[in-house]
Design a protein around this ligand. Structure first.
Ligand code: 5AD
Ligand code: FES
Length: 349
């Protein structure tokens, strides 16, 4: 490992501050990966502790009005079987998630216009009565809609920026506006949501410098949660023949994020495990502190096909809950029992 990388890691661990060039250097040094993970794991322990937050993921509709070039839910994909759960089914899955011991549910879907403010707010109010924290992940909406969802009980919102490089974004998310995505994130921030965002690592043409810029953007936004995953080429999309995202580069990025945003919630994403068996444990030991097990039931799991090879499609929500509990305990960590809101605090205070 380069001596320079060791210096940078020490600086990041002590000051939680690096320049864009520093970050790009660390991302580019494959030999520093273990050392980086070790430093990130120490910072994770110091700032957010050994508790792993589990969030029950409900994939309630795979209908989408957008056409992202990497995503299996894209509008032009005729090969996917579309589905949409009814409000009663969504509320029932949340009730079951509560029964499995989850304190938070994530309601995720494509950008499905059926879920108007009226329909969705009613669902949120019903779930809120169960004393669950609610995360929404339903894409771009107007500020007024975000405000209505917040008032109806949504606590958090996940919207990956995917890349901060506007040119790349416009190339792979045709018809969408990078400026509007930024507007969404800042609106969510101002409306008092805990804001989750993140990067899709491995978009063709994405440079280390661009990934470094993403990290600085998360600091500027003061993101509460950052989810990072590698591109997994989906044969039913225009990026079907692209090279997969680099697992190790993604891992280094997770570790750097922990060093620079020490109190953030950072998930070990499903895409990491799809690429490498037990990838989520490796990422939990490299700076991450959140896992989002699937609580969607039956065939809907398979149909929510962002990318091929998705894990757990034949498992039940109870299986995933048990499985993660066991794996977390085997690492000497524990499943956190609170709702997992971000703590704004200095270490050991
Ligand atoms: N590979 C990996 N991640 C993907 N996503 C969408 N398509 C893919 C893919 N082919 C990610 C996007 C989106 C999140 C819900 O899933 O980053 O924000
Ligand atoms: Fe689904 Fe392990 S998390 S079976």
């Amino acid at each position: 490992m380069a001596e320079r990388s060791e210096q940078l890691i020490r600086k990041a661990q002590a000051t939680h501050c690096l320049t864009r060039q520093d970050i790009a250097e660390l991302l580019g040094d494959a030999d520093c990966e273990e050392r980086l993970a070790q430093a990130a794991d120490a910072v994770r322990q110091e700032f957010v502790g050994d508790g792993v937050h589990l969030r029950g993921l409900i994939e309630f509709s795979n209908i989408c009005r957008q056409d992202c070039c990497y995503c299996g839910l894209r509008r032009d994909n005729r090969r996917i079987e579309r589905y949409r759960l009814t409000p009663d089914e969504i509320v029932e899955l949340a009730r079951k998630a509560k029964g499995y011991g989850y304190r938070t549910v994530v309601l995720q879907s494509g950008e499905d216009p059926y879920f108007s403010v009226l329909v969705l707010c009613h669902i949120l109010q019903r779930i809120k009565k169960m004393n669950l924290a609610i995360t929404l992940s339903i894409g771009e909406r107007s500020r007024e809609e975000y405000q209505a969802f917040r008032a109806a009980g949504a606590d958090r919102y996940l919207l990956r920026i995917e890349t901060t490089d506007a040119e790349l974004y416009h190339r792979y998310d045709p018809g969408m506006s990078h400026a509007n995505r930024l507007r969404c994130l800042w609106d969510l921030r101002e409306l008092g949501y805990e804001v989750g965002t993140g990067t899709l690592v491995g978009l063709p043409g994405q440079s280390l410098d661009s990934l470094a810029a993403d990290v600085l953007f998360y600091q500027e936004l003061d993101a509460d949660m950052i989810g990072i995953g590698p591109l997994i080429p989906n044969g039913d999309t225009p990026l079907g023949e692209a090279a997969p995202g680099d697992f190790h580069l993604t891992r280094r990025m997770v570790s750097i994020l922990r060093l620079l945003l020490p109190e953030a919630n950072i998930p070990a994403t499903t895409a990491m495990e799809t690429m490498v068996p037990h990838g989520r444990e490796l990422i939990l030991a490299s700076g991450a502190n959140v896992v989002m097990p699937n609580v969607t039931e039956g065939d809907y799991r398979r149909k929510y096909a962002l990318y091929p090879g998705k894990i757990c499609v034949a498992d039940t929500p109870a299986d995933c809950r048990q499985c993660m509990q066991g794996r977390i305990a085997a690492m000497g960590r524990f499943v956190a029992r609170d709702q997992g809101f971000r703590h704004h605090r200095k270490p050991n205070s």
